[in-house]
Every structure is written in structure tokens, then in C-alpha cells.
Design a protein around this ligand. Structure first.
Ligand code: HEC
Ligand code: HEC
Ligand code: HEC
Ligand code: HEC
Ligand code: HEC
Ligand code: HEC
Ligand code: HEC
Ligand code: HEC
Length: 506
């Protein structure tokens, strides 16, 4: 334990209110750029600076002392990126002339963008508009904009120019593939078949729903403009015109790209909450969520480095467990790297041959704040919950649904038979609630929104509805054809896990 860090931490948290880095410098610089450009364009300076229509809300002239002229790139600016910026490279000594031009114009119409960027570490490192938005010849979404070839999208390929490590890790994650693997799935049928009016535009339910989380396939017209049924979109696995997958701005909101924002659980909660993937709701109810929100002012959220047990001591966030570095493992942008079970499928399976190694990496996070026995016992409870779900509901349910299909009691097409809706709700909502609740410590999800719902759907809907289908077929003289379904149903009823159905007791 580093005592000096603790001392530091305390003096920081009780010290003066921190000033956003480079703030005043930014306004002075913006003012100078504005004057320079307005003078060279022959416009009267008075209308820009100090006039009623100030270019920036808190621009110089609003009571701030005039400051010595230190142009960007002056000695105040760090020439190289300080620690914490990963492997960011290409840090120039001054803002590029082209970016200055972009700013001069956009500070009139889109002040919000300029201000956000002015608060960012990028501004401090002379990474301007053009450094991110510049396009290569041949990019499908490139267009000429005031003499410069740019694109509106800033994709992982663009960020990779300076952040190679993070981009590689992200590209290896299932996040990056969450948009491209969408159209072959059962929930996808829900969007295209059940919620469409039969036209491409009529896929609005998916445009505003599925792909805002998963990512759209972005389409561009001949002049490089992005088509409205595909953009705006910051889905995590967006398919970009330059061939890259994903969207860094799914988590790093532009244009401040602040670490404190990315580390908050709300960042993940845009996608990871609600009935099908309740992780944020689970977290809010958990001891970890309680601890985070109770201690938020001690969480040191904007620290360049963010090691649990060293830079903060209270409730871990999604980031802590799934991404951050610890004293023993490095930070990762592959959020699957510490996951040992797949919890989102009808039946949970280990995530691969290396699932033990993945689990060990997660445990190393827990060890920052808990002892080994505590963590081992937690995993034993978690595994038992997943196995209970698999053995009692997931696997028998899959077998029953397959037998109904083979017996012609439902069709291959999804969601045309009522029993398919029951089954979907069972594993996709209740089954995920139970498993997520156990994985991330929300007993209400594990029990009432999980196992209680599972039991109701299984015993009072799935089995009776299967029974009715079989009985009806038998009455119609098709007993032989539905024998397989009948056997699957009987197997479930005779399973020791379900003997309670036969007993007359309480
Ligand atoms: C799932 C959300 C998420 C996505 C997507 C994401 N990031 Fe991050 N990123 C984070 C979080 C959270 C942190 C802070 C982690 C910490 O400090 O423990 C971070 C940190 C960083 C850092 C600072 C690294 C350091 O050493 O301090 C850089 C640079 C970065 N991300 C770049 C990217 C790039 C480039 C992409 C796209 C290829 C990307 N991120 C996509 C969540 C995300
Ligand atoms: C002479 C003024 C001017 C300059 C210089 C300028 N822009 Fe723009 N830019 C505009 C205007 C006006 C729009 C359209 C605004 C709107 O639709 O609200 C625009 C739109 C954009 C868009 C959105 C395009 C879209 O998809 O619709 C981006 C991105 C952009 N500019 C970036 C830049 C960058 C990067 C630079 C510097 C290389 C730059 N601009 C230089 C005036 C300018
Ligand atoms: C660190 C990289 C980065 C820098 C620097 C940057 N941008 Fe962006 N910008 C982005 C990203 C990421 C998006 C999101 C586009 C997308 O969907 O991929 C974006 C989107 C935009 C858009 C379109 C979206 C909207 O909200 O209208 C405009 C316009 C824009 N930027 C202008 C600017 C201007 C002007 C500057 C300079 C002050 C600038 N950007 C600096 C990364 C950057
Ligand atoms: C031209 C190089 C360049 C490009 C392109 C670029 N960055 Fe950066 N980025 C940097 C530098 C340099 C820093 C370090 C600044 C510092 O720490 O002072 C940085 C810092 C960051 C940080 C950490 C911020 C913090 O508060 O410590 C994040 C997150 C980040 N970048 C994300 C992105 C994303 C996402 C993109 C693409 C949309 C991107 N960057 C594009 C150079 C770049
Ligand atoms: C609110 C954001 C959100 C919306 C809307 C959404 N999803 Fe998802 N989806 C997720 C998240 C988060 C996961 C990961 C769940 C987990 O691991 O527990 C996921 C998982 C999936 C998976 C399983 C991936 C796997 O490998 O386990 C499929 C398939 C899927 N979604 C398809 C869809 C379709 C199709 C739609 C629209 C009908 C949709 N989703 C709507 C966020 C969303
Ligand atoms: C824009 C939507 C979005 C955001 C924001 C987002 N995710 Fe995801 N996440 C998804 C989707 C969709 C999936 C399912 C991917 C698939 O398997 O197809 C997923 C999957 C995951 C998985 C399972 C990975 C695996 O390989 O099994 C983890 C863990 C995860 N996300 C953690 C996070 C964390 C932590 C954050 C915040 C720092 C976050 N996500 C932010 C949409 C998102
Ligand atoms: C205390 C650490 C911790 C925190 C905090 C945490 N998780 Fe988890 N998460 C876990 C563990 C442990 C698992 C189960 C891992 C396994 O399968 O081995 C898990 C599983 C998941 C999965 C399931 C992936 C799958 O298989 O479908 C997703 C998605 C996820 N977490 C996202 C999040 C999000 C989003 C947050 C914040 C709202 C969050 N987690 C907060 C530890 C944490
Ligand atoms: C940054 C510190 C930190 C990390 C990392 C952390 N925890 Fe915790 N954990 C806490 C705190 C604080 C509590 C609340 C203690 C209390 O209620 O007295 C807690 C409580 C718990 C509880 C008790 C839940 C309850 O409802 O009683 C379990 C179990 C647990 N953590 C498991 C884990 C696991 C497993 C991991 C790793 C995947 C982990 N923790 C990572 C700080 C942490």
C-alpha cells in the first residue's frame, strides 16, 4: 500500500476545486484565432469579440484579465502526452493551421462542439478537428469540405492513428462484432418480421432500437453524405464505410473524450439495461453499486490512472471489473477477456478453452478488495446458479422446443407460434435476469425477476401449452407423428427436479 498515494489522494479531495486543464489558455487562443481570421477576411473585429454575439459564452472580454499572448504550442503546452494516454503518439507542438480554420468557422454555428473539444485532453495535445476528421483519398465517406478532404465519421481506424493498442483490443472483442453478426439471429427476426411494414424504411423499429445499441451498417451516397436510415448511430459494433468495425464514441462521448465520463456505469447502461440485458439495473441494486454511488466523490474518476485499491477503494464500476488494469493485470478494451460463462444464450456454456484463464483475470480484480476465500465462495454460488438454470430450465426447454419442431407442432419460422413467444421470454428475459443477478450480486434479479419468472413461464405456460398441442394432435389421430414431443414432455415431468409437480404436499 502506497502511503504517499493515500496522502495525495486526501489532499486532492479536500483541496482547491481543480481547474479544467488549459481552460483559460483555450479561450485566449480561441479569441486570437478569431481575431486573426476575421482581420484577414476583412470583417470588422468588433462584431466577433466582445460584441453582443460573443463567439464563446465565456470568451475573453467577459471580465477575464487579458493574458500574455501565448499562442498554442507555446511553452505552456505539454509537447508529449503525459502518462495515462496509453500509447498515443504523434503529438505535435502546435495546433495545425487547417484545424484552426475549422475552428474559426464552427465556433460560430456549433459552439457546443468547440467548447467540448476545448475542455479535452486532445485540445491540450494539439489534436484538432482535422487530425481526427481528415479522410484518405478513396474513403467511401470522404467529401471535400472548404478545400479539405474530410469525413464526418471518426472511426476506430481513425483513432488507431494515435491509439493503436486500444483499437486492437477493441477489434478483438465481441463489441466490435455486435453489428455485423446481427442479421442471422432469432431476435433479429423479431425486428424484421414482426416489427416491419415490409419496406426497407419500415425497419424503423430496428433503426431506433436494435442498431442504436448493436450498430448499423452505415450507408453513404455518392457525395459522401451519410444516409438517414443508417446515421446518426453510435452502436458498439457499427459497420463503417472504411471497413472498420465499431464506434469508440459509443463509450467516449465527443468532443471531450473524458475518462471520468467513460468510467461511469451510465456509459455502459445505455445498452446494458432493461429486460433483456439488465446489468445496469442489477448493478444499481448491488452492494457494489451502493458503494459507488455513496462514495462517488472519493472515486477519483478523472485520474489518468485508475487502479482499484490504489487510486480508489470503494465500489467497483463496470469498467473496474471488465476493463481497468489492476496491480497484476493490464487494462483491456476487450470486455470479454474476463468472462468465463456465456450468460446470454438459452443454455450457458463456458466461453472457450481459456475460460479458466479469463476467470483468473476477473478474480485478480476482486482480490484488490476481497480475500481469496470470499471470492472462491462467490464463484461457487455463481456456478451453482448457472448450472441450476441450465439443468432445470435451459436444457430441457431447448430439447422440448426441438422435439415440438420435429413433431410438426411448431414451424421453423420464429414467432408465428404462440409457444415461441413463451420460450423466448423464458430464456431471453427471465433466464438472463437470473444469471446476471447471480453474476453481479442483485438478489431481486436472481430470485423475483429471475427464478420466480422462470418457474411461472415454465410450469404454467411452456409445459401446459406443449401438452395442449400434443393432446390436440393425438385427438386428431396424429399420435404417431408427435411421439417425440410427447416423450420430451414426459421426460421433463419425470425428472427428479420436477417431482414437486406430482406431490400433493404444500
Ligand atoms: C465499452 C466502452 C469503451 C469503448 C467502446 C472504447 N473505450 Fe476507450 N476507454 C473506456 C474506459 C472505461 C476507459 C478508462 C479505463 C480505465 O482507466 O480504467 C477507456 C480508456 C481509453 C483511453 C485512455 C487509455 C489510458 O491508458 O489511460 C484511450 C486512449 C481510449 N480508451 C481509446 C479508445 C479507442 C480508440 C476506442 C475505439 C477503438 C475506445 N477507446 C473504445 C471505455 C471504452
Ligand atoms: C468556412 C466555414 C467552415 C470551415 C472552414 C469548415 N467548416 Fe465544417 N461545416 C461548415 C458548415 C456551415 C457546415 C454545415 C453545418 C450544418 O449543417 O449545421 C459544416 C459541416 C461540417 C461537418 C458535418 C458534415 C455533414 O456530414 O453534414 C463536419 C464533420 C465538419 N463540418 C468538419 C469540419 C472540419 C474538420 C473542418 C476543417 C477541416 C471544417 N469543418 C471547416 C462550415 C465550415
Ligand atoms: C478526437 C477526435 C475528434 C476531434 C479532435 C474532433 N472530432 Fe468531431 N467527431 C469525432 C467523432 C468520434 C464524431 C462522431 C462521428 C461518428 O458518428 O463517428 C465526431 C462528430 C463530429 C460532427 C458531426 C456530429 C454532430 O454532432 O454534428 C461534427 C460537425 C464535428 N465532429 C466537428 C468537429 C470540429 C469542428 C472539431 C474541432 C473543434 C472536431 N470535430 C474535433 C471525433 C473528433
Ligand atoms: C492525432 C492523434 C490522435 C487521434 C487521431 C486521436 N487521439 Fe485520443 N489522444 C491523443 C493524445 C496525444 C492524447 C493524450 C492527451 C493528454 O493526455 O494530454 C489522447 C487522449 C485520449 C484519451 C484520454 C483522455 C484523458 O482524459 O486522459 C481518450 C479517451 C482518447 N484520446 C480517445 C480517442 C478516440 C476515441 C479517438 C478517435 C475518435 C481519438 N482519441 C483520436 C491523440 C489522438
Ligand atoms: C438497449 C440496447 C439493445 C437493444 C435495443 C438491442 N440489443 Fe441485442 N444486445 C444488447 C446487449 C447489451 C447484449 C449483450 C447481452 C448480454 O451479454 O447479456 C445483446 C445481445 C444480443 C444478442 C446475443 C449476442 C451473443 O453473442 O450473445 C443478439 C443476437 C442480439 N442482441 C440481437 C438484437 C436484436 C435483433 C435487437 C432488436 C430486435 C436487439 N438485440 C436489441 C443490447 C441491445
Ligand atoms: C452502444 C452499446 C453498448 C455500450 C455503450 C456498451 N456495450 Fe457491452 N455489449 C453491447 C452489445 C450489443 C453486446 C453483445 C455483443 C455480441 O455478443 O454480439 C455487449 C457485450 C458485452 C459483454 C460481453 C462480452 C463477451 O465477450 O461475452 C460485456 C462484458 C460488456 N458488453 C461490457 C460492457 C461494459 C463494461 C461497458 C461500458 C464500459 C459496455 N459494455 C458498453 C453493447 C454495448
Ligand atoms: C464486481 C465486478 C463487476 C461489476 C462491478 C460488473 N460486473 Fe459484469 N460481470 C462480472 C462477473 C464476475 C460476471 C460473470 C463472469 C463470468 O461469466 O465468469 C459478469 C458478467 C457480465 C456480463 C455477461 C456477459 C455474458 O456472458 O453474457 C455482462 C454483459 C456484464 N457483466 C456487463 C456489466 C456491466 C454493463 C456492468 C455495470 C453496469 C457490470 N457488468 C458490472 C463482474 C462485474
Ligand atoms: C474496488 C473494491 C472492490 C472490488 C474490485 C470488488 N469488490 Fe466486492 N465489494 C466491495 C465493497 C465495498 C462491498 C460492500 C461491502 C459491504 O457491504 O460491507 C463489496 C461486496 C461484495 C459482496 C457481498 C454482496 C452482498 O450483497 O453482501 C460480494 C459477494 C462481492 N463483493 C464479490 C466481489 C467479486 C466477485 C468481485 C470481483 C469480480 C468484487 N467483489 C470486486 C468492493 C469491491
Amino acid at each position: 500500500m502506497e502511503i504517499s498515494k493515500i496522502a495525495n489522494f486526501h489532499s486532492r479531495s479536500h483541496g482547491a476545486v481543480p481547474q479544467p486543464k488549459g481552460d483559460r489558455r483555450f479561450h485566449v487562443w480561441l479569441f486570437l484565432v478569431a481575431i486573426f481570421l476575421l482581420m484577414s477576411s476583412g470583417m470588422p473585429v468588433a462584431t466577433a469579440a466582445g460584441g453582443q454575439d460573443k463567439p464563446v459564452a465565456t470568451a475573453p472580454g467577459g471580465g477575464e484579465k487579458p493574458v500574455v499572448v501565448t499562442a498554442p504550442g507555446g511553452s505552456e503546452k505539454p509537447a508529449a502526452a503525459p502518462a495515462g494516454a496509453g500509447e498515443a503518439k504523434d503529438t505535435p507542438n502546435a495546433m495545425s493551421v487547417i484545424s484552426n480554420t475549422c475552428v474559426s468557422c464552427h465556433s460560430e454555428d456549433n459552439r457546443g462542439i468547440i467548447q467540448q473539444w476545448g475542455n479535452s485532453k486532445h485540445y491540450g495535445a494539439n489534436v484538432g478537428c482535422y487530425e481526427c476528421h481528415k479522410a484518405e483519398e478513396g474513403d467511401p465517406d470522404a467529401f471535400m469540405h472548404k478545400k479539405y478532404l474530410i469525413s464526418t465519421l471518426v472511426t476506430p481506424k481513425d483513432c488507431a492513428r494515435c491509439h493503436e493498442t486500444e483499437t486492437k483490443q477493441f477489434a478483438a472483442s465481441s463489441h466490435a462484432r455486435a453489428g455485423s453478426n446481427l442479421d442471422v439471429t432469432i431476435p433479429h427476426t423479431l425486428a424484421t418480421m414482426v416489427q416491419s411494414d415490409g419496406t426497407k424504411e419500415g425497419l424503423q423499429a430496428a433503426t431506433s432500437g436494435c442498431v442504436q445499441c448493436h450498430g448499423s451498417k452505415i450507408e453513404v451516397n455518392k457525395s459522401g453524405k451519410l444516409l438517414p436510415h443508417t446515421w446518426p448511430n453510435s452502436g458498439i459494433g457499427r459497420v463503417n464505410p472504411d471497413g472498420s468495425l465499431g464506434s469508440c464514441t459509443a463509450c467516449h462521448q465527443r468532443h471531450d473524450f473524458s475518462l471520468s465520463q467513460a468510467r461511469r456505469p451510465e456509459t455502459c447502461g445505455k445498452c446494458h439495461q432493461g429486460s433483456a440485458h439488465p446489468q445496469k439495473d442489477v448493478y444499481n441494486e448491488s452492494k457494489h453499486g451502493i458503494s459507488f454511488y455513496s462514495n462517488i466523490e472519493h472515486m477519483n474518476l478523472s485520474s489518468p490512472k485508475w487502479i482499484p485499491g490504489q487510486d480508489y477503494y470503494s465500489g467497483p464500476t463496470c469498467t473496474t471489473c471488465h476493463m481497468s488494469g489492476t496491480l497484476t493485470v493490464g487494462m483491456t478494451h476487450d470486455v470479454g477477456k474476463r468472462i468465463s460463462w456465456n450468460l446470454s444464450q438459452p443454455v450457458s456454456k463456458p466461453t472457450g478453452d481459456d475460460s479458466d484463464a479469463r476467470r483468473d483475470e476477473m478474480k485478480s480484480v476482486c482480490f484488490s478488495c476481497h480475500t481469496e476465500r470470499y471470492v472462491e465462495n462467490f464463484y461457487s454460488q455463481f456456478d451453482n446458479t448457472v448450472n441450476l438454470y441450465n439443468n432445470k430450465y435451459g436444457e430441457p426447454g431447448v430439447r422440448l422446443m426441438e422435439a415440438l419442431l420435429k413433431s410438426g407442432l411448431r414451424t421453423e419460422k420464429q414467432f408465428d407460434d404462440p409457444i415461441e413467444w413463451v420460450w423466448f421470454k423464458l430464456w431471453h428475459v427471465a433466464g438472463r435476469n437470473a444469471r446476471s443477478g447471480a453474476a453481479m450480486l442483485a438478489p431481486d434479479f436472481a430470485q423475483w425477476k429471475g427464478f420466480a419468472e422462470l418457474a411461472e413461464l415454465f410450469y404454467s405456460r411452456l409445459l401446459p401449452e406443449a401438452d395442449a398441442l400434443i393432446t390436440k394432435a393425438e385427438a386428431a389421430g396424429r399420435g404417431a407423428q408427435v411421439a417425440e414431443a410427447k416423450k420430451a414432455l414426459l421426460d421433463i415431468k419425470n425428472d427428479p427436479a420436477n417431482v414437486w409437480m406430482k406431490s400433493s404436499g404444500q
